[in-house]
Design a protein around this ligand. Structure first.
Ligand code: HEC
Length: 290
């Protein structure tokens, strides 16, 4: 079993490295490269088959050579391999990466410093530490080259770029979504087209209480310049959107009408100021001046 694993384990390892390399070098946006370019799947598959075939060929050559050995040589070979597999024992590996002298042999590396009984050992640097250190040097060289010689983007620069991209995305979004009007930024519409749409919305939703000519009924007269809840486009927009005082009967329309529609109907109402409705309700609220 051990044999089987050690004979095949390199294939997925090499294959993964291969896949990783293609992902690294082929620019495929947010997707995996092999999804973006299906031909790559074929290439990778061929590579995998090649690796498997190679392994089978190597294994049979090994087998033929083994069979051609004399009994004595076979035994020697098996013993040597047993020895080799011991290298994969984790205790052996651990000893290797630390390369420390066992306590029983420490006498050999003792230095002749002696400070009040505290002695010093001339230990080797542990290989795991030493090679990690070398790796940082290599990394630093790459880092230095990329950021200071090739002028790669630093964090501040990356931030700037992302902010610019986001800004563009927001503008793009606003272009396609004009429904971002609210009581703060709403403006009075005066185009005939908008006022017509406002009139239609008014006829469909509001005349039961405000009368078809907005002269008032259950709700107040909307054509005079007296306002209970404040005049001007911002206040009117706010009233239509959020509703009147509790219990008076004027509901919040923001769940029924879109912001632009509220803007249109509010503009329409304001455009009615001074019109003379048939049965005007007497003025309520305060005289509004801008
Ligand atoms: C169910 C009856 C009813 C309907 C329908 C109705 N309103 Fe009202 N509206 C009222 C009442 C009642 C008030 C007074 C609210 C208050 O006193 O707080 C009012 C107040 C208002 C005011 C504020 C008037 C002021 O003097 O400040 C505006 C503007 C208004 N309505 C617009 C509309 C619009 C636009 C629609 C249709 C989308 C509409 N209303 C639909 C009953 C209604």
């Amino acid at each position: 079993m051990k044999n089987l694993i050690s004979g095949w384990v390199w294939i997925p390892a090499v294959f993964l490295i291969l896949v990783g390399t293609t992902e690294y070098f082929i620019d495929s946006g947010d997707n995996f490269a092999f999804i973006e370019y299906p031909i790559l799947q074929l290439v990778l598959l061929v590579c995998l088959l090649f690796l498997i075939a190679l392994n089978i060929v190597l294994a049979s050559i090994k087998n033929i050579m083994f069979q051609s050995l004399s009994e004595e040589a076979k035994e020697k070979y098996l013993a040597a391999r047993e020895e080799r597999l011991k290298k994969f024992d984790w205790k052996v590996i651990l000893r290797k990466v630390n390369d420390a002298k066992p306590i029983s042999e420490e006498r050999d590396i003792e230095l002749d410093h002696n400070y009040d009984g505290i002695k010093e050992l001339d230990n080797k640097l542990p290989p795991w530490w030493l090679y990690s250190f070398y790796a940082t040097i290599v990394f630093a060289a790459g880092y230095m080259f990329y950021f200071h010689i090739l002028d790669g983007d630093n964090q501040a620069m990356e931030y700037e770029k992302e902010m610019i991209a986001a800004q563009l995305a927001v503008e793009e979004y606003k272009k396609n979504a004009p429904d971002l009007v609210d009581a703060e930024n709403v403006t009075l519409l005066t185009e005939a087209e908008d006022l017509q749409k406002g009139a239609a919305i008014f006829q469909n939703n509001c005349i039961a209480c405000h009368a078809a000519d907005a002269g008032g009924g259950i709700g107040p007269n909307l054509t005079d310049n007296y306002w209970i809840l404040g005049g001007g486009i911002k206040n009117v927009f706010h009233t239509v959107s959020e509703g009147g005082r509790a219990g008076k009967g004027m509901i919040a329309w923001k769940s029924t009408l879109k912001p632009t529609e509220i803007q249109q109907v509010s503009s329409y109402i304001i455009s009615l100021e001074g019109s003379e409705p048939a049965n005007p309700k007497e003025a309520e609220g305060d005289l509004w001046t801008e």
